[in-house]
Design a binder for this molecule. Structure first.
Ligand SMILES: NC(=O)c1ccc[n+]([C@@H]2O[C@H](COP(=O)([O-])OP(=O)(O)OC[C@H]3O[C@@H](n4cnc5c(N)ncnc54)[C@H](OP(=O)(O)O)[C@@H]3O)[C@@H](O)[C@H]2O)c1
Length: 499
């Protein structure tokens, strides 16, 4: 079994986990409903179902972690082997070859593991499996202990309203303490997916959708989804969310398998515009929720229309409002916008919220006053712009980081990072493309990365990451001293200081 196959199986496990998550969310909603009605019997039955599913999910997580560790080891060994080979250190090569000889053994284990996981299927089948594995007494015993916890936790006091419908609820077990411990640990980073601080997972490599000719994005999205991508980066200002939506539908990939990000444009920062803005993006994309919604820029523009007049797909004049040739800048308290973003989560329009193009000071202001913490910061990041302090700050505060323009896309006409001689020579040495080197560099920094392409072969090429050895990693990082920011419309077009 090849490394690629192992990784694709790992992705399969993640999808199963996601399917279980979705089912669990439904079961939780049902429990709330029956708890409200005072139906203790059904409440208990559903809670047991939830316990079984959670146990099964734990097993899948364990398998996924084991696979991940094997992938990391193999990638590391292969990378080292290549370097050793190129240096013609035959002794070292032999040592590594001997280690790699264990690969078939590992593959067998992986195959067994994978068969077990494939068996798992979705909820009903999964419950069946789990029932077979656990005897009834075990379930009863565990359920007695856990039903109270789960009911108390998920009904959040509603049982009080409904009357004493469930088992005794006095002992609220250490749910809160456990949650606190989890929070302290922060998101665990790996090369395949990153967990958000909401518990959701996002694929490390997603597809960017900015700047394309009509109909290109539709085809690109369809192609990407058909070839394994499950993460799309969109924005209202890209004026193509309708095409992205078409591409999603044409791919046939179910909505719940895809992580979709969109962004609130600068004309929608006042609280009365935020909901209309997200509704416009949802309508254009043809979906009923977003996985992540970001405040696109820390700069507000005046919106001369009403919220109801928000177009689904905007025109340039609507996006960049000018009077007598002058851009109409507005002054909106970022906390007003953030509060309205929080309401979108509370009302189910979006699952997580975040920021884009914010610096440490601006993020700190949000962190100080927020009810819901940002889950993601999206900023320009590539080998020539490392923003190390900002990345570390975010990771310390459990905010994920996404690299935009990871290939150093240069809209203002300077040389791109993928054309840099250092990147090109490392790529040649490793038999990779310069884009793959840049993408892997970002992923290896624990960063989500959203290269844009409308070219099918490049879309495939970009959907790969690999481990760079320390020497190559350091040589690439050394380009960071250039501190080249390619995308600064504040300085270049809007006449406002952003960074
Ligand atoms: N939050 C923000 O303010 C913000 C700002 C900028 C971008 N973004 C997001 O980040 C995404 C990526 O950034 P970006 O579009 O600026 O730049 P990018 O991904 O760094 O570069 C895109 C450019 O690189 C080319 N390209 C793609 N794959 C390639 C490969 N394997 N080899 C050589 N060239 C390749 C693309 O051409 P083809 O398409 O012709 O293949 C395109 O011209 C955007 O699409 C958008 O979703 C967000």
């Amino acid at each position: 079994m090849s490394l690629q196959e192992i990784r694709s199986q790992q992705r399969g496990i993640q999808r199963q986990i996601q399917a279980i998550d979705n089912e669990e969310a439904k079961v939780k909603r049902s429990i709330k409903q029956v708890a409200k009605k005072g139906d203790a019997k059904n409440c208990r039955m559903l809670a047991k179902e939830l316990i079984r599913s959670q146990r099964h999910k734990e097993r899948l997580y364990t398998s996924k972690a084991q696979m991940n560790s094997i992938i990391m080891q193999l990638e590391h060994q292969l990378a080292t082997l290549k370097v050793a080979g190129s240096l013609q250190k035959s002794g070292e090569v032999m040592k590594l070859v001997n280690q790699l000889a264990k690969l078939p053994e590992m593959s067998q284990t992986m195959q067994q593991m994978s068969m077990e996981m494939t068996k798992a299927g979705i909820m009903e089948e999964m419950i069946g499996d789990t029932m077979d594995m656990m005897d009834d007494d075990d379930i009863e015993e565990a359920a007695d202990e856990e039903v109270n916890n789960i009911l108390f936790q998920i009904t959040d006091g509603m049982l009080g309203e409904a009357g004493n419908v469930g088992p005794a609820l006095e002992a609220r077990p250490a749910v809160e303490e456990e949650e606190e411990e989890d929070e302290e640990e922060g998101p665990e980073l790996d090369m395949m997916q990153k967990p958000l601080n909401t518990g959701a997972q996002v694929d490390t490599v997603g597809l960017g959708t900015w700047l394309s000719k009509p109909d290109e994005v539709r085809k690109a999205v369809k192609h990407a989804l058909e070839n394994g991508y499950r993460h799309l980066d969109c924005a209202y200002v890209y004026c193509n969310e309708d095409e992205v939506g078409q591409g999603i539908r044409e791919s046939g990939v179910p909505r719940q398998e895809i992580f979709i990000t969109s962004k609130l444009w600068n004309t929608h920062h006042r609280k009365e515009y935020v909901k209309s803005a997200v509704k416009a993006s949802l309508e254009a994309l043809g979906v009923d929720y977003l996985d992540l919604y970001l405040v696109h820029w820390p700069v507000s523009f005046i919106n001369s229309g009403t919220p109801e007049e928000t177009p689904t797909v905007p025109t340039f004049d609507y996006l960049i409002p000018k009077k007598d040739g002058k851009l109409q800048i507005d002054t909106v308290d970022p906390l007003e916008t953030w509060r309205a973003m929080e309401e979108l989560v509370e009302e189910g329009y979006v699952k997580a919220i975040g920021l884009s193009n914010y610096n440490i000071e601006k993020i700190s202001n949000i962190l100080k006053h927020c009810k819901i913490q940002p889950s993601m910061l999206q900023v320009e990041l590539h080998p020539a712009l490392l923003q190390t302090e900002l990345v570390e700050f975010c990771h310390k505060h459990q905010i994920g980081v996404t690299a935009y323009s990871p290939l150093g896309n240069n809209v203002y006409g300077e040389a791109r990072v993928v054309d840099d001689p250092v990147i090109v020579s490392i790529a040649e040495k490793l038999g990779k493309s310069p884009a793959q080197v840049c993408i892997s560099f970002a992923a290896q920094r624990g960063i989500v990365v959203i290269p844009k392409s409308v070219t099918p072969s490049r879309i495939n090429e970009n959907f790969q990451d690999f481990i760079l050895d320390q020497q190559d990693f350091d040589a690439i990082a050394a380009l960071g001293t250039r501190n080249t920011r390619y995308n600064d419309p504040g300085a270049k077009d809007w006449n406002v200081e952003i960074f």
